[in-house]
Write a protein that binds this ligand. Structure first.
Ligand code: GLY
Length: 385
């Protein structure tokens, strides 16, 4: 971590991207026939079965590396993982939750786009159908976790804004309006309740059985009324993606407010602490993955804003990515390590309900979104989301 950094130039972005590609190549033998654990342990990812909500990020890195290089071995590895994702959704292994987009957009939607694999397309469509089964008509939201129906499970979470692009994709592929309809209803509910009036966000939000809003609660943030950094990042990127697919100006307004709040809570080096209630001197760990997610949102936003606003978004993204590349990127290519240090998955606090894991480590999504942001900065890129 360095408090002095310079905004990333195009040349530096290409160099950082190529460095990431070298690390992806180095990791291929470890995680082509197995998946990569959600977070590293002492800087190295254990291999795991395809059972976690995070398993899509590693294949997403492979596809981004393939887009950069066109190398056949990357294509083959990505397609081997498609077989695993196909098997997972057909056999319904650990898919009773809402994270179908995190799983199937960077793995199978990407594979379908880049190779035309029918198996990848079928897997992603099955995953979209699975996500539809999470819809609660009373309250109009996609239930995040747990079996449907029980009162303690009647909640949605801000992260889901990154799952619903899978539904927009399925709608375009099939011509069936039901996918975009459910995505839009969920996003509207999320906009109404997950975002507080000051632009900060609740991680999770409960609804009553009659569909009336109940209350916000954190799971992975510090406290119910604090500002979990990654949740804020999902809100920033998710709102601009919702604008991309609906062109509803309400999402642009939300993007601006969520970004505005995020910027007011950043430390000097533009990489947030894991909860933005903390600042310099707190001794708390960062969450570098949140910075990578926000950089993607800023680079997506360039397409939808005025020239002046777009230029500001790009310059903010260059600052964040400069700080990541110069102070957080893994310094040495070693088998099994990731791309970005200092991510935080779930840190236990006296007030939250998470299982502590992956504190101050590489995270699969931090690596993926860092690579996506570098890709977005260096070429015109069509999102997997
Ligand atoms: N989607 C869960 C997380 O961001 O940790």
């Amino acid at each position: 971590m360095r408090s002095k950094y310079t905004p990333l130039t195009d040349e530096q972005a290409l160099a950082a991207l190529d460095r990431c590609v070298r690390q992806v190549r180095c990791n291929l033998p470890l995680y082509t026939n197995r998946c990569q654990n959600h977070t590293s342990v002492d800087g190295i990812y254990p291999a795991c079965d395809n059972v976690q909500w995070t398993c899509g990020f590693w294949p997403g890195e492979i596809w981004l590396a393939y887009e950069r290089t066109g190398e056949e071995r990357l294509r083959e590895a990505g397609l081997t993982l498609v077989d695993s994702f196909y098997d997972r959704i057909v056999r319904k292994v650990e898919v009773d939750h809402h994270d179908m987009g995190f799983l199937y957009s960077p793995s199978c939607v990407a594979a379908w786009r880049l190779t035309g694999s029918e198996r990848a397309k079928e897997a992603a469509l099955l995953a979209a159908d699975q996500l539809l089964t999470r819809f609660q008509p009373n309250g109009e939201f996609l239930q995040a976790w747990g079996p449907m129906g029980a009162a303690e499970n009647r909640r949605f979470i801000i992260d889901c804004l990154l799952n619903i692009p899978l539904l927009y994709w399925a709608g375009r592929e099939t011509g069936n309006p039901k996918y975009a309809d459910i995505a839009g209803r969920h996003a509207k509910t999320c906009l109404a309740h997950s975002f507080r009036p000051d632009g900060s966000t609740y991680h999770t939000f409960f609804m009553n059985a009659d569909g009336a809003p109940s209350h916000g609660e954190t799971c992975q943030g510090y406290r119910d009324d604090s500002f979990w950094a990654r949740g804020q990042a999902w809100g920033v990127y998710g709102s601009i993606l919702s604008f991309r697919y609906t062109r509803d100006p309400a999402y642009l307004t939300t993007f601006r407010k969520a970004l505005g709040f995020y910027l007011t809570r950043l430390p000097d080096d533009r990489v947030p602490y894991w909860d933005m209630i903390f600042s310099d001197g707190s001794g708390e760990p960062r969450d570098s993955s949140a910075a990578a997610v926000v950089a993607c949102g800023l680079l997506e936003a360039r397409r939808w804003l005025s020239e002046r606003e777009a230029a500001r978004c790009e310059s903010l993204a260059r600052e964040m990515l400069g700080s990541l590349a110069q102070g957080y990127a893994v310094p040495e290519i070693v088998p099994g390590t990731g791309l970005l240090l200092h991510g935080t998955y779930s840190k236990k606090s006296p007030y939250n309900t998470c299982t502590p894991e992956g504190v101050d480590e590489c995270t699969g999504w931090g690596d993926y979104f860092y690579l996506e942001a570098l890709t977005r900065l260096t070429r015109d890129w069509y999102p997997y989301w």
